[in-house]
Design a protein around this ligand. Structure first.
Ligand SMILES: [Zn+2]
Ligand SMILES: [Zn+2]
Length: 285
């Protein structure tokens, strides 16, 4: 099991990498927490973390996005070990600071899946290849309610202010299509859907990239800062015939995002990786 230590060595911990997500964060709070320009983080379920020596002090302040942010640090030397936040996407998880992980290999494996608050990223830094770029990065909190994911987008998926749509949250993506139904769809039409995403998202035309019987895939606007990351949405078709699809249509309408994700056209996943990723979106902490 990987281990970690603070600067003075009083605090020691171990953690498991089950269900781990990797993200770097350029927010203003992360600067103050580290005294540096951004944080490199492992996001893990809280139960994955065990403190094996020493004790942690903590400090809670409002984050600039409205949620409360807590930092847990060594009282002796001040090294921040992890953060917790009250935003919906941080429920049940801790955000471990990768710099406190013991072996250098841990850092090599920390290539982020996602970058938060890229609007604050220093101009001298490049986006990480293949990492989802969260331009807005507004984790939801009790003070900031999420946009209704089922709401019909009258302006091509842009928010009310014309901002780019928020990329899917890192955790707990709202998936409306039952897992069994998605599995069935991937078994019968998955290849075709995958190929169309791989080849059909390259143009910037906002038109359906794939349709088949009960479902269709529509593109959304590219994520700001990286035109290779193409968000897409699965919808139910007006002419849906299967019972489950008709139920979904009656319940949510034909514009609801049954499932949505981002496809990297510059560095596409394999078909198998793509399928497992979609099915993993059902795992919630
Ligand atoms: Zn210490
Ligand atoms: Zn941050």
């Amino acid at each position: 099991m990987p281990t970690g230590t603070c600067f003075c060595g009083d605090v020691k911990y171990e953690f498991s990498q089950d269900q781990m997500q990797k993200a770097i964060c350029h927010c203003l709070s992360c600067r103050k927490i580290t005294g540096s320009t951004y944080t490199t983080n492992f996001i893990i379920p809280e139960s994955n973390f065990t403190l094996t020596s020493g004790s942690l002090r903590d400090c809670t302040r409002p984050h600039e996005c409205g949620m409360d942010l807590s930092v847990f640090f060594c009282g002796g030397c001040g090294s921040t070990i992890y953060k917790k936040a009250t935003g919906d996407m941080f429920k049940g998880v801790i955000v471990l600071l990768v710099g406190t992980v013991d072996n250098a290999e841990g850092v090599e494996k920390a290539v982020p899946d996602r970058e938060f608050y890229v609007k604050h990223r220093g101009d001298w830094l490049q986006p990480v290849q293949g990492a989802v770029q969260d331009a807005a990065s507004k984790p939801t909190s009790k003070r900031e309610q999420p946009r209704n994911p089922n709401q019909h987008d009258d302006n091509n998926g842009r928010g009310p202010t014309g901002d780019p749509p928020e990329p899917p949250p890192l955790l707990n993506k709202p998936v409306l299509i039952p897992k069994k139904e998605l599995k069935k769809l991937l078994d019968s039409k998955g290849r075709e859907m995958y190929e169309r995403l791989k080849n059909g998202l390259t143009s910037n035309r906002q038109r359906t990239v794939w349709s088949g019987g009960n479902h269709r895939i529509d593109p959304a606007h590219s994520i700001q800062g990286n035109s290779n990351l193409k968000p897409w949405n699965l919808h139910v078709q007006r002419e849906a015939a299967s019972t489950t699809s008709r139920d979904l249509k009656d319940k949510f309408g034909t514009h609801a995002k049954l499932i949505w994700d981002v496809f990297n056209i510059a560095n596409p996943p394999s078909f198998q990786e793509w399928c497992s990723r979609l099915l993993s979106l059902y795992n919630s902490f």
